[in-house]
Write a protein that binds this ligand. Structure first.
Ligand code: NDP
Length: 478
């Protein structure tokens, strides 16, 4: 058995020992993997001070020079895919293939954001006055606090640090207490690049201690957070004291609409894939289905068969599984409770509906619930597990109205062969993203952003990049 690793915070270009530690466990085996710093306010302040001290010098470099660090980091990631993927799988539980995709995608993302180095543009605006020019510059905000979730922990580092760094900000990252190991491995690769000290820092610890210290600090210019609505709301309250800029990605309850005229093979494959990827713990994936009456029975039967066939288990012990464990006991209990409540409210269990006893690990059987109704908690609250509730609708108007009747508004999808239906859905759905006849997964050049309680601002592409800047308008009279 391998010994647990002890990780250290990465502050001002140095790995530092900590006084207090948290333990990190493998959700498939419950084996102790590591001890990581439980950082207090003092550690957070030092990291922020280092980021502040480094920021002006970093911003003074040409963007293309800042971008070269991201390109070099991407190369290092690609040289270490298998090792990094294993670290991610060990602490997070996703299957190895998906962990490798996460590492490769992260490398591509770093390259993509680095390519903006030569593309950051301001504006020249027509003046009302003769002899005056109006310029709009884009400038870095300063110091960014990046607070990460555990579901795509490695990618989320880059999703926050790459646009922050290329636009001239510095950053302090706090990983989730569930998945900090991959972030320290990322920091080790950053350290080998000889990035100026203080530009990139990592402090681990719990949300209540380390996270709160970051969000309460007046020395943070932007908080970029991905996680739950409840925590997002707490962070907003904390940020209000200092009027700190916020970028919040707070999850979703993505509806998938399946019309009578859909290609059912495609719909079943895509929605099933969307529900089992990362054991259903993905903010943008199908969380509720509205299926048109004419194909409802066939859809449910095929979906149940497909879900039933899913191979699950410990991804490191059984490399051919399609699904690993849930992140922790609380996550597993929450999913089990939601299914029980749904059945109590009248939902019909078609398949699954049970914790899977594999000897160890937080596994839940892939589950399909039919006969669901909009008022049920399972149709309204984020499940974050491999459970698919299905409700029958009569037409597209009804499906769109039910889809929009949600406190979340991140992603949505529609399956139809009719262009008219597809366009009607795109016009009617009030969401940040809609996928037509495909699985729910966003592109790095798009813009991942939600409406309603799914968040404020967004990530990726040009719009995501500019979230990390502020405008500075100059009026030049000559
Ligand atoms: P949280 O939102 O609580 O945690 C996300 C991050 O915020 C973690 O780094 C956490 O720290 C930190 N955090 C927690 N409390 C505070 C605080 N007061 N101030 C600052 N930072 C804080 O998510 P959970 O991990 O508890 O997951 C709960 C649910 O959230 C899931 O079941 C799912 O529904 C949703 N979720 C959504 C995600 C998405 O992609 N949008 C991702 C993850 C979860 P730490 O974990 O170290 O305590």
């Amino acid at each position: 058995m391998t010994q647990p690793t002890t990780y250290q915070n990465y502050i001002n270009g140095t790995f530092e020992s900590a006084r207090e530690h948290l333990e990190v466990y493998n959700p498939a085996t419950q084996a102790l993997l590591s001890r990581v710093p439980e950082s207090g306010a003092e550690d957070v302040e030092r990291a922020l001070a280092a980021a502040r001290a480094a920021q002006k010098g970093w911003a003074a470099r040409p963007a293309v020079e800042r971008a070269t660090f991201l390109h070099r980091l991407a190369d290092k990631l690609r040289d270490n895919v298998a090792r990094l993927a294993r670290v991610i799988t060990e602490e997070q539980g996703k299957v190895t293939g998906l962990a490798e995709t996460e590492v490769n995608f992260t490398a591509d993302y770093l390259d993509y954001m680095a390519e903006w180095g030569r593309r950051i543009e301001g504006e020249i605006i027509e003046s009302d006055r003769p002899d005056e020019s109006i310029f709009l510059f884009r400038k870095p905000l300063g110091v960014v606090a990046g607070i990460l979730p555990w579901n795509f922990p490695f990618f989320l580092i880059a999703r926050k640090m790459a646009p922050a760094l290329v636009t001239g900000n510095t950053i302090v990252i706090k990983p989730s207490e569930e998945t900090p190991n991959n972030c320290f491995e990322f920091a080790r690769l950053v350290d080998a690049l000889e990035l100026p000290p203080g530009v990139f820092n990592v402090v681990s610890g719990s949300g209540a201690t380390t996270g709160s210290a970051l969000t309460a600090s007046p020395d943070v210019d932007m908080i970029s957070f991905t996680g739950s609505v409840a925590t997002g709301s707490r962070i907003m309250a904390s940020a209000a004291n200092n009027i700190t800029k916020l970028n919040l990605e707070l999850g979703g309850k993505a509806p998938a609409i399946v019309m009578d005229d859909a290609d059912l093979d495609l719909a079943v494959n895509a929605i099933r894939g969307s529900r089992i990827i990362n054991s259903g713990q993905v903010c943008n994936c199908a969380e509720r289905v509205y299926v048109q009456r004419g194909v409802a029975d066939e859809f449910v039967a095929r979906m149940a068969k497909a879900m039933d066939a899913t191979r699950y288990g410990d991804p490191l012990a059984q490399p051919d599984v399609e699904m690993g464990p849930l992140i922790n006991r609380a996550g597993l209990d929450k999913v089990a409770r939601m299914v029980e409540v749904a059945q109590g409210e009248g939902a019909e269990l078609i398949t699954g509906g049970r914790i899977a006893d594999l000897g160890s690990g937080f596994h839940y059987r892939p589950t399909v619930l039919a006969g669901c109704r909009q008022e049920m908690a399972i149709m309204r609250q984020e499940i974050f597990g491999p459970v698919l509730p299905v409700q029958i609708v009569d037409d597209l108007d009804e499906a769109i109205a039910l889809a929009n009747d949600s406190e979340y508004g991140l992603t949505s999808s529609v399956y139809t062969r009719s262009l008219k239906h597809a366009m009607q859905a795109c016009r009617g759905l009030d969401f940040g993203e809609t996928y037509v006849n495909r699985e729910n997964f966003e592109a790095m050049q798009g813009f991942h952003a939600g409406v309603r309680r799914s968040g404020i601002g967004g990530a990726d592409g040009k719009h995501g990049l500019y979230e990390y800047t502020h405008s500075h308008v100059v009026y030049l009279e000559t």
